[in-house]
Design a protein. Structure first.
Length: 237
């Protein structure tokens, strides 16, 4: 999906299928709701923040897959950072992939499919995708079997209930089943998801002074967490 955006914003009568289903995301993308909610800029901002934590050289010439690429707005960021890499975007939404091919087909190849459709690659990036998926660990198993390096980026310690689309929450102890293969875990604020400037001051720090008087818990600045996990193939250089 490439984003941690909130509720659809679509009138409930226009929702197509259950939340997070293929038809649901086709509806969000094709209706323009995703774009109107700032999904494009959020995905781009996420990618700009995340690449700082990737252990991939500028001269890397291997294959990088953006799993759950949404409308593909991370692809230009990856292309500038890894100009020699082979880029591939994968998403199960036909509407999203159609838009990707039209807008970014000169920068990358795109595949409409799920985790099983991901080609064997050097690097797979799953940015803000797993929080939408019920059986997230099975997706991780599938992706690790197809790459030498997997990056999982998700919201950090998110309190569920605010976004209908988000059904999983993560912290540093998540993905314990893959502990032997995890080589790095980083927590960081990300533009488009975290608060900055006046928003950080008023929505977090200032309001935290008043929340205890109204019986409310203090809130923390929203952050992202990135897991770097070794896959089953040769080391990336």
């Amino acid at each position: 999906m490439g984003s941690a955006n909130s509720l659809t914003g679509l009138p409930r009568g226009l929702w197509v299928g259950i939340i997070n289903s293929k038809s649901y995301w086709d509806g969000r993308f094709s209706s323009g709701d995703w774009v109107n909610k700032g999904g494009r800029s959020q995905t781009e901002n996420f990618a700009r923040e995340q690449i700082r934590y990737f252990s991939i050289s500028y001269s890397f010439e291997g294959r990088i897959v953006d799993f759950g690429c949404g409308l593909g707005d991370a692809i230009p960021v990856y292309r500038r950072r890894f100009p020699r890499a082979k880029l591939i975007g994968v998403d199960f939404s036909f509407s999203a992939i159609r838009d990707c091919k039209s807008r970014y087909g000169h920068l990358a190849d795109f595949i409409c499919g799920e985790a099983g459709s991901v080609p064997v690659s050097d690097v797979i990036i799953a940015s803000n995708v797993l929080e939408h998926i019920e059986d997230d660990e099975s997706i991780v198993y599938t992706l690790l079997a197809k790459c030498s390096l997997l990056y999982i980026i998700v919201p950090y310690k998110e309190i569920l209930g605010g976004f209908d689309e988000h059904i999983n929450t993560y912290d540093k102890n998540s993905f314990k089943k893959f502990a032997d293969s995890i080589t790095s875990i980083r927590v960081f604020p990300a533009k488009g998801w975290s608060q900055y400037g006046k928003s950080l001051f008023f929505d977090v720090y200032a309001k935290n002074l008043l929340r205890p008087f109204f019986g409310k818990h203090r809130v923390h600045r929203r952050k992202q967490i990135i897991f770097q996990i070794n896959g089953l193939y040769c080391e990336v250089t």
